[in-house]
Design a protein. Structure first.
Length: 163
């Protein structure tokens, strides 16, 4: 094999690794969003997507929040589907190698990034909802951000260790 051929093979492997890692991160984003929507919006009913400007105390406001939650879940579904296809296409090559810790790292990183971005934009900047409204809302919001930062950092570390 020529040096050029070997470099092409290494470049192809690197591209496959980037593809499956990006897929894992997108999958983590989608799973983080689904966790938020299912657990915090639906099961615990702490908030809805736009529950600060439209408190769900009337049927009309509940309809608006349900629509917001549906759009939010639709975006999470897109992240999950695109992430799954990228993951699959990056791993289906016969020479693709990966570690379980790296895969878990991509999921943690994606989920953590979701929490940090959603926590900063929706909770702090736009104020369209808080993790748990009430007297301790800031503590819940900061805990959510810290949880996301820890997941993102741990995920990043696991991903870097795999390279």
């Amino acid at each position: 094999m020529s040096v050029l051929g070997a470099r092409g093979h290494v470049g192809e492997q690197a591209a496959q690794q980037r593809r499956w890692m990006a897929g894992g991160v997108l999958l983590g984003l989608g799973l983080g969003g689904f966790f938020d929507g299912i657990v915090l919006h639906q099961l615990l009913q702490w908030h809805h997507m736009v529950s600060e400007p439209y408190p769900p105390n009337t049927v009309q406001n509940l309809r608006i929040n349900t629509l917001g939650d549906g759009l939010f879940h639709s975006l999470n579904w897109v992240f999950t589907v695109v992430g799954t296809f990228l993951l699959w296409s990056g791993l289906r090559a016969s020479r693709a190698t990966w570690r379980t810790s790296a895969f878990l790292g991509t999921l943690l990183f994606g989920w953590g990034v979701f929490n940090v971005v959603e926590g900063l934009i929706d909770h702090q900047i736009l104020g369209i909802h808080h993790v748990r409204p009430g007297p301790s809302w800031l503590a819940y919001d900061l805990g959510y951000l810290a949880w996301g930062a820890v997941m993102a950092l741990l995920g990043w570390r696991l991903m870097r260790a795999a390279r």
